[in-house]
Write a protein that binds this ligand. Structure first.
Ligand code: IMP
Ligand code: MG
Length: 170
């Protein structure tokens, strides 16, 4: 399959720094728990956490929805839950890309039932094309209208995750 450069690594790093600066200022005096949604988020998560200037904690959740297809299967299953106690804590959920919004909605419900002090969402990419459920993203890296993206953690059938730039698959 052909791929075309969409967001070069320099632009990703610049935007990650801006998001981190915003989060550091909004959470001044607090120690939020960053909860990453595995696996796609790993590079974004690592870069973001290192750019945030206030102390943060880390934990991860894993949800299964995509197989080898380019669209959501519609059913989401948590295959790994958070391990850190989140009750009464400020939580920032970190996601790579929001498409239909199904995955995020499912995870937000799960986390809210654990009673965090607050819950905000940080997503590297907001894909507007196929949104089925309204989700409000508090910290958004890039908005794109359509297309299937790979690289910087994003995969197609477990391929292309290692690419340093974000590309569009043709
Ligand atoms: P949603 O439930 O439809 O919002 O799908 C979200 C999940 O699907 C993301 O966490 C990604 O893992 C995956 N996904 C959605 N769009 C893309 C894409 O363009 N490239 C790679 N993965 C994607
Ligand atoms: Mg994901």
């Amino acid at each position: 399959m052909e791929k075309e450069l969409l967001i070069p690594r320099e632009n990703i790093q610049r935007r990650v720094k801006e998001l981190a600066r915003q989060i550091s200022s909004d959470y001044e005096g607090k120690e939020p728990i960053l909860i990453g949604i595995l696996n796609g988020v790993v590079f974004f998560f690592a870069d973001l956490m290192r750019e945030i200037s206030i102390p943060t904690k880390m934990d991860f959740i894993r949800a299964a929805s995509y197989g080898s297809e380019m669209k959501s299967s519609g059913s989401i299953r948590l295959t790994k839950d958070v391990e850190m106690p989140v009750r009464g804590q400020p939580v920032i959920l970190v996601e790579d890309i929001v498409d239909t919004g199904l995955t995020l909605t499912h995870i937000v419900k799960n986390l809210e039932s654990k009673g965090p002090e607050s819950l905000r969402i940080c997503a590297l990419i907001d894909k507007l094309e196929r949104r089925d459920i309204d989700v409000s993203i508090d910290y958004c890296g890039f908005k794109i209208n359509e297309g299937f993206l790979v690289g910087y953690g994003l995969d197609y059938d477990e391929k292309y995750r290692h690419l340093p730039d974000i590309c569009i698959l043709k």
